[in-house]
Design a protein around this ligand. Structure first.
Ligand code: CTP
Length: 450
């Protein structure tokens, strides 16, 4: 019996896939189809796949062409499969010509002509295409625009700088006003000055546009809550944009902690400092969204008490360093943020059985360790980081709009409201904030050169 094997993502199954599978089957007597898992695709940089692995496997099975369907989960699996299944022919579309010649050592490699004029990418783009407008202009927005190019079905169509002076010219056209931008867009990314975001997001939702808002989305809990209410009433998507929440390593580590691997979490300590990035609104507003993420994600938002200590800038009176301490029932947390200090940007989650250690800069990590008293039980976990999480953040936002359902990888409404509430309490004095005074003379320059 001649065995043939082929592999693919087979997202939104189309006639190109069917032709390929038929031709592959004709090469022998028994066809095995490997369907690429979402994690493996992400590792290869393919992040826009619309259907789950199970749905794609079921769709391939339903065609009745394959004799066996298996998931493809790791680099090098093709060699393992060819050996384990005693495969005679490896077949793949001609777009891969030459790429799999190395498999000739294990079996015959056949490249089959690709069907012209159709692909999953094209189907994804045709399906609910999203025109995205941006409010604000900054270095981070430039990065966001570059990352959006990896997300099929999303096009950044214009930017309204709203007073920001960073030059985005050449990247996207400029809209004359917010109204002009809203008119052209299906959805908007709100990333202007923090104090203006609430009004902007509100205007966008009122105009019937989906909103992805930089964090903090508002400087008061009631405002953040009202944005969610408005979105719900109008059946629109409203997401807070904290890129770290979408980084695979970070989301996996929170799941690992929740599953009890380190016992019950007792403390979370996160540090974020940068002397080359100074938020005009101060350290708590600039870094707080990222630094509070592991705290709220792991210990929840029902803390009993929070107190802060801040060092103030001589230049503009903003906080160049802030430390926040939270007390929970049975646990505590601390985060330190700042541009006027330099510290190790690490994250430590301590539990009753062990701890998680994420080295600096933890918010862009692709790696973490789980450590125990018994060193032999220590484990290291590695992941692929795609564009600091921005790519996945845009992709999840787009998918939520297109599929009309909330994904599980997300920042909850409670977390968004808690963060705005924390900033509100810090600013209006309802939380104890110890003053560390003014920063020392000559420390005001935040651009560091060595
Ligand atoms: N294929 C084909 N003709 C097409 C599209 C795909 O013969 N028009 C083949 C590919 O060469 C591959 C298999 O179908 O052998 C699975 O391809 P896959 O990557 O899942 O499909 P694409 O449509 O190419 O997906 P994407 O656009 O996401 O790359």
């Amino acid at each position: 019996m001649k065995k043939v094997i082929t592999y693919g993502t087979f997202d939104l199954l189309h006639r190109g896939h069917v032709n390929l599978l038929r031709r592959a089957k004709e090469l022998g007597d028994y066809l095995i189809v490997g369907v690429t898992s979402s994690d493996f695709d992400k590792n290869r940089g393919k992040i826009n796949v619309k259907q789950s692995l199970m749905d794609r496997i079921e769709a391939v099975k339903a065609l009745g062409i394959a004799d066996e369907v298996i998931p493809e989960e790791y680099y090098g699996q093709k060699i393992d499969d060819i050996r384990n299944y005693d495969v005679d022919i490896f077949a793949i579309g001609s777009d891969w010509r030459g790429h799999f010649d190395y498999l000739n050592e294990y079996c015959e490699v056949v490249y089959l002509d690709r069907t012209e004029g159709i692909s999953s990418t094209q189907l994804r783009e045709d399906r609910n295409h999203i025109s995205l407008g941006i409010v604000g202009a900054s270095r981070d927005i430039a990065k966001f625009i570059d990352e959006s190019k990896y997300v099929s079905g999303v096009d950044v169509i214009a930017v309204f700088p709203d007073g920001d002076d960073f030059n985005l010219a050449g990247r996207v056209p400029t809209a004359a006003s917010l109204e002009d931008l809203l008119e052209k867009s299906d959805a908007v990314y709100v990333a202007n000055a923090p104090a203006r975001r609430y009004q902007t997001a509100r205007a966008a939702l009122k105009a019937g546009k989906h909103v992805l808002s930089e964090s903090p989305v508002a400087l008061a809990a009631s405002e953040a809550r009202s944005l969610f209410e408005l979105a719900r009433e109008s059946n629109l998507v409203f997401h807070e944009a904290i890129k770290t929440a979408y980084a695979l390593a970070f989301s996996r580590l929170t799941l690992l902690v929740k599953s009890g691997m380190i016992g019950t979490p007792v403390s979370v300590h996160a540090t974020c400092t940068s002397q080359s990035f100074k938020s005009p609104a101060g350290s708590l507003i600039g870094w707080g969204p990222i630094a509070s993420l592991p705290v709220f994600e792991i210990l929840g938002t029902d803390y009993q008490n929070a107190t802060a200590a801040s060092l103030t800038s001589r230049e503009d009176g903003t906080d160049v360093y802030t430390k926040v301490d939270f007390v929970y029932e049975g646990a505590c947390a601390t985060f330190e943020v700042g541009s006027g200090v330099k510290s190790e940007g690490e994250l430590v989650v301590a539990g009753t059985k062990g701890y998680v250690y994420v080295p600096a800069p933890w918010w862009k990590t692709d790696y973490y360790e789980v450590r125990f008293e018994d060193l032999s039980r220590n484990k290291r976990y590695f992941y692929q980081l795609n564009g600091e999480g921005i790519r996945d953040e845009i992709s999840v936002f787009a998918k939520t709009i297109q599929d009309g359902k909330k994904p599980n990888l997300d920042i909850t409404e409670a977390q968004t409201v808690a963060l705005s509430g924390l900033i509100e309490a810090y600013r209006d004095g309802s939380m104890t904030v110890h003053s560390l005074g003014l920063e020392a003379e000559g420390c005001g320059i935040s651009f560091f050169q060595n």
